[in-house]
Design a protein around this ligand. Structure first.
Ligand code: GUN
Length: 297
């Protein structure tokens, strides 16, 4: 079997295009553009790259971008005041506080301060609760991107065995809830799981984001499974390389021979995140303006 390579980049480009068109329609109806505020505390190089790309993508999708960069030693009170100001700002529909935050800041306190109706990461207690209860919720971008990719592959996910590897608040936990809502039988595996290989042998769907390069070997996977790899891991440079290669949590070259479809790294799951963030911002904008959210977003 040669697996289909799931093209997250092409999927994201189509979603960004749709969102860009709908954002113009929103601006016509609401008299203002949708707005996304991104808050970055400190100088983490990877986070700086993400924040820059988010800003550019937001403008390209016909939305307003508000960037707030604060020094690494920012006081928690100052950050909370900024979040509260953004909560009140009518030009801001979505607020994303880039994680991880510097150690002296309590992530749970900061996240809980975000207005749930502007929580485009879907990580406030309110949105996490809404997701579990099957209510209308803003949902974390990478898992929602995975679900949109899965809906393109399967007409119906009912009864399929899904294994989610990783239990983070931004990825594993919401991913499991989304799969459960589609009537999958969901198993959550994590760093203390005893027999990952045994669990994966039965899985029709594997979604991984643990940050361990090539953790999941090809022959652990059920023949015909669909694999979404959210891992982004940089290997040590080989001789002659300046930077090491980026690989996922699944050994792609091995897995290809076993599975029905798999996302590459890069260009798979990760490529969808910013497009879904823009989609979430637009959905929040429609709801915050009291307008109906258009179909097909
Ligand atoms: N850091 C890495 N990915 C993300 C994300 O999707 N949202 C936030 N807030 N921080 C991140």
């Amino acid at each position: 079997m040669t697996a289909t390579r799931i093209d997250g980049k092409a999927f994201a480009a189509r979603l960004r295009e749709r969102v860009g068109v709908r954002a113009l329609e929103f601006a016509e109806a609401a008299g203002r553009k949708p707005g996304l505020a991104v808050v970055l505390v400190g100088e983490d190089p990877a986070s700086q790259v993400y924040v820059r790309s988010k800003g550019k993508a937001t403008l390209a999708a016909n939305m307003e971008s508000f960037e707030h960069r604060l020094p690494a030693d920012t006081d928690e009170r100052v950050l909370l005041e900024l979040v509260e100001r953004l909560n009140r700002d009518e030009a801001v529909d979505g607020i994303l506080v880039q994680l991880p935050l510097p150690k002296h800041l309590d992530e749970k306190t900061i996240i809980a301060a975000i207005d749930p109706d502007k929580d485009v990461d879907g990580i406030t207690p309110t949105n996490a609760g809404r997701l579990v209860l099957g209510m209308e919720a803003l949902t974390s971008c990478t898992p929602l991107g995975c679900m949109l990719l899965l809906r393109d592959i399967f007409d119906d996910l009912s009864g399929l065995d899904a294994v989610v590897v990783g239990r983070s608040i931004l990825f594993g936990k919401p991913m499991a809830q989304l799969l459960l809502a589609e009537n999958c039988t969901v198993t959550m595996a994590h760093s203390r799981t005893r027999d990952l290989q045994g669990l994966l042998r039965r899985a029709d769907i594997v979604v991984a984001a643990v940050g361990v390069p090539n953790l999941i070997r090809g022959d652990w996977l059920k023949p015909g499974a669909v694999v979404l790899d959210g891992g982004i891991n940089r290997l040590d440079p080989e001789p002659g390389e300046i930077k090491g290669k980026i690989v996922g949590d699944v050994a792609y070259d091995e897995a290809e021979a076993h599975v029905r479809a798999i996302t590459p790294v890069p260009g798979g799951v990760g490529a969808t995140t910013i497009a879904v963030l823009l989609r979430n911002t637009l959905v929040a904008a429609y709801r915050n303006a009291g307008l109906a959210v258009p179909e097909g977003l």
